[in-house]
Design a protein around this ligand. Sequence first.
Ligand SMILES: [Zn+2]
Length: 71
Amino acid sequence: MKEFNITLTEKIKLINCKKVKKLLPGYIDDMLKEKARTKVKEHLTGCSNCKIAEEDSRKIKTIIKAFPRIR
Ligand SMILES: [Zn+2]
């Protein structure tokens, strides 16, 4: 019988893409609690889809920052 080891892939699966996308804004703003942040970070390491989403969100944030606020 094979021993059950949690691989990185399994760890990534513990938190799914839907959850990560929900947490991304908080992750980028550094508003997440340590536990949630680690989970997102681990997921991003193994999931290129979410990694791209993270980079896009950061870019958008930079663009928004670059524009003066419209009053
Ligand atoms: Zn993902």
